[in-house]
Design a protein around this ligand. Structure first.
Ligand SMILES: NC(=O)c1ccc[n+]([C@@H]2O[C@H](COP(=O)([O-])OP(=O)(O)OC[C@H]3O[C@@H](n4cnc5c(N)ncnc54)[C@H](OP(=O)(O)O)[C@@H]3O)[C@@H](O)[C@H]2O)c1
Length: 256
């Protein structure tokens, strides 16, 4: 609601300035959208009338996910490995070529390898650091100019493992603590451009993560569409307000 009273050349504004509650037509890029959380968020954003690009490392998996999502004309599948900066530049260019802008970026692609630190394999460590941490930076760097132009939104999918460490989590914890620190510092750097930045830190989500097959046994966990609803709530938040770091957990872990 906006009420203006004109007093000669001056006017007073009462109440709340109106803002755009409609996210229909906005363009999102979700890294790692072939399954799990990224796929669930893509479904939620499409239901809101957004256009969504999803990525993954494997062309076949990307194609199948695009087919399952339906919504022809509103979905773009991109084969891109977030550990390769040039791949991410090409991905963003493809989105701009297709839809002319980029409003929302969710750096979601991630992997987990869990082992006591004395048994941690070098390849597993490197894959986690390059995907979970460096990948989030590459995606942001590739999308930077587009996000400045749209005064857009950059989100990272971190984890409660980015604030709670646990045995056998040394590598994963290191990357997720890193992602939380990276995202919060980026938030301080980018808000002056009108870019919102948030890190989402879920507990257990029912996905394919670390070889899991989602089933009835995962009913107690957060579901991917719940993260989708959270992302929509963030996008609909008033421009003056920024929830910059969100911890989200299953309500009833005792049911596991
Ligand atoms: N599940 C949980 O309990 C949980 C909790 C907190 C945080 N998270 C975080 O949530 C994010 C999504 O995980 P998820 O649970 O949805 O796992 P998921 O079901 O295994 O999905 C992971 C997604 O990431 C993609 N991906 C992996 N490496 C990639 C790379 N280098 N480049 C591009 N895409 C890549 C995979 O696509 P392809 O395999 O097709 O390449 C897939 O689409 C991760 O960052 C994870 O750490 C998960």
């Amino acid at each position: 609601m906006e009420i203006k009273i004109f007093l000669g050349l001056r006017h007073i504004i009462f109440g709340f300035k109106r803002f755009d509650m409609d996210i229909k037509g906005k363009v999102a890029y979700i890294t790692g959208g072939t399954k799990g959380i990224g796929y669930g968020v893509a479904q939620s954003l499409l239901q809101m009338g957004m256009k969504v690009a999803i990525s993954g490392r494997n062309q076949d998996a990307v194609g199948k996910a695009v087919e399952r999502l339906g919504n022809k004309g509103s979905v773009l599948g991109i084969t891109s490995n977030v550990t390769n900066f040039q791949n991410e530049v090409t991905a963003v260019n493809k989105i701009i070529d297709t839809w002319g802008k980029l409003d929302v970026v969710l750096a979601n692609a991630g992997v987990g390898h869990f082992a006591p630190v004395d048994q941690m394999e070098v390849e597993d460590w490197n894959q986690m650091v390059q995907t979970n941490l460096t990948g989030a930076f590459y995606t942001l760097k590739a999308a930077m100019e587009a996000l400045k132009a749209s005064k857009g939104y950059y989100m990272t999918l971190a984890s409660l493992a980015g604030t709670n460490f646990f045995a056998s989590g040394a590598g994963y914890n290191a990357t997720k603590f890193g992602v939380v620190g990276f995202t919060q510092a980026a938030m301080l750097d980018l808000r002056k451009y009108g870019i919102k930045v948030t890190t989402i830190m879920p507990g257990s989500v029912a996905t394919y993560f670390n070889g899991n097959e989602p089933s009835e046994k995962d009913a107690w966990k957060i579901q991917p569409e719940d993260i989708g609803k959270l992302v929509i709530d963030l996008l609909l938040m008033h421009p003056r307000t920024l929830p910059s770091k969100i911890e989200v957990r299953p309500t009833r872990p005792d049911l596991k």
